[in-house]
Design a protein around this ligand. Structure first.
Ligand code: CDP
Ligand code: CDP
Ligand code: CDP
Length: 219
């Protein structure tokens, strides 16, 4: 069967990575979490006491950044396992702030295209269908209401035993979406040829089945 490239974009907590992982497993494709790469840059800035607002400082970090996404799903930054460290709230907001810099985007987009070479890949992020994989055979724009997205994150936190405030989560993702949608370079938007899926009232199984159908039409 032909191995295609799949792009999934959408706002924070729309379920992109959950769906991408499940579809990748079904198809035996490689899943590439591009958000994790922006999170690594933000984490690196925090660790080196570089302010997220300092474009020159953040850009200067790039020459010493080595990001490895291992087949077991862990993420290593300069040999340190940062898989859970990059999920902290401070890093989420930092990722959204450093992702507006041209040097950061060019550096990571190059890496992402290199990893995507040959197809059989599924990438999720904000600019996959519009910039990174403009020629992807399948593009999905995954959305859900803000209430729904905040509630999903809240539930996740509670299941993990992490203190969680629903209103604070809602405010954080709304602010991050606003930043991601209004930045000058590669803002989050639906590609003209992307298929929109509103997952607000769908179960995970329903979304996966829908995506698998779309894949079947293309391979
Ligand atoms: O990657 P993104 O930030 O878009 O979202 P995520 O990290 O996959 O988080 C989405 C959360 O919503 C996960 O806990 C999913 O189990 C849950 N969920 C979903 O993604 N889709 C549904 N239809 C229902 C629940
Ligand atoms: O999981 P969640 O949806 O909360 O965020 P993420 O996908 O891990 O992305 C974190 C941040 O990185 C986003 O808010 C964007 O600012 C940025 N990002 C981006 O600019 N381009 C991408 N392809 C992926 C993420
Ligand atoms: O030129 P080459 O394909 O060797 O490298 P590239 O331009 O960096 O592209 C690497 C991969 O990114 C390609 O194989 C495509 O899968 C994807 N790509 C795309 O889908 N749309 C673009 N406009 C550019 C690259």
């Amino acid at each position: 069967m032909k191995k295609i490239s799949i792009a999934i974009d959408g706002p924070a907590a729309a379920g992109k990575s959950t769906i991408a992982k499940l579809v990748a497993r079904n198809l035996n494709y490689t899943y590439i979490d591009t958000g994790a790469m922006y999170r690594c840059v933000a984490y690196c800035a925090l660790k080196n006491h570089v302010n997220f607002d300092d474009e020159t400082g953040v850009s200067a970090l790039l020459k010493n950044i080595d990001i490895r996404m291992l087949p077991d799903g862990t993420i290593h930054l300069n040999q340190e396992d940062v898989t859970s460290l990059i999920r902290e709230n401070e890093v989420s907001m930092g990722a959204s702030l450093v992702s507006k810099y041209q040097a950061v985007r060019e550096f990571l987009v190059d890496k992402q295209r290199e990893m995507a070479q040959g197809g059989g890949v599924i990438l999720d992020g904000r600019d996959i269908g519009t910039v990174v994989l403009k020629d992807a055979e399948l593009k999905i724009y995954q959305i859900a209401s803000i209430e729904c997205r905040a509630m999903r994150r809240h539930k996740e936190n509670m299941e993990r035993g992490i203190a969680s405030d629903l209103e604070a989560i809602k405010a954080e993702i709304a602010l991050r979406d606003e930043q991601d949608m209004t930045r000058k370079i590669s803002p989050l938007k639906k590609a003209d040829d992307a298929i929109e899926i509103d997952t607000s009232d769908m179960t995970l199984d329903e979304v996966v089945a829908h995506v698998m159908n779309l894949v079947a039409q293309r391979v």
